[in-house]
Design a protein around this ligand. Sequence first.
Ligand code: TRP
Length: 346
Amino acid sequence: MESFATTALRSDAVAAAASQHPEHFRVLTGERPTGPLHLGHYFGSIRERLRLQQLGVETFLVLADYQVITDRDTTAHVRENVYGAVLDYLAAGMDLDQTTIFTHSSVPALNQLMLPFLSLVTEAELHRNPTVKAELAASGRALSGLLLTYPVHQAADILFCKGNLVPVGKDNLPHVEMTRVIARRFNARYGEVFPIPDALITSSPEVPGLDGRKMSKSYGNTIALSMTADETVAVIRQTQTDQERRITFDPERRPGVSALLSTAALCLGLEPTQVADDVGDGGSSELKNVTAMAVNEFLGPLRKRRQQLAVHEGLVHEVLKRGNEVANHVAENTLTEVREAMRTVY
Ligand code: TRP
């Protein structure tokens, strides 16, 4: 496994290259539709995508519905989560002229790539993958075959469209590493088909949840982009803080207070310590007011656009229909190249 420093250095180099030559890059990234998108998604990835979009880089965005069932046994809310995410993307400013939004399960040729890819990795490599291990531990369940092979599936996500730039948070880096391995092995065995993609590590990859742990739907510590201002105030009020009047940034000792400071700071474009100084001796309740106001102000325009978009019935369906058409076309072309390289054209 490559060191984080090496990956980070390459990430910087590739970020510079993307601003110089956006036309050399194709971004593939995505989300698992397990719940509403939240501030962690915004600062961890959406903001970076908007920046790349402004540079003129073409983007493929997968709503990874098949990844939902890696560690759960229902698809009950997948559809509403997918629809909600599309609205969030559009409200955040993703431009459909440059971005193709699609769903895993609608693109058979993408999923078929997983078969030859599975032959290129060993079971031991899959068991060693840090993301698989972390997700397994978090799920508290037996390891499903799909969770074990999740990195290979994600390689198919990236390589089906020959994505060469993958903006991800730290927790998804091992997937990009595995994708590089798979692309190299495929090319070595069958001939050059795939680019070797680079990870682009996003600048604030870890946004704390309201309890100081990672912001994650499964911990129930998130601020959803789609919440109303009042709902936002309510979740922020529920944050577990402490009795000390003086507000200080101390993630180890004061996880709740520090998570609020980090959240407010991201929304205000300040450092957490600056926000702490501003709140001073105001105590937790003042900190909560400041944080709620910062979040609501920051998300206000997005939420307004989201409401306006939501009125258009059929809009999200149409966006996905078109995105899936494009993704299918691209995936079929790649699968044809793969068949030719493998000499399995009959
Ligand atoms: N696994 C990613 C997550 O948990 C979502 C995802 C699916 C993804 N396919 C991808 C990210 C391909 C980057 C590239 O959020």
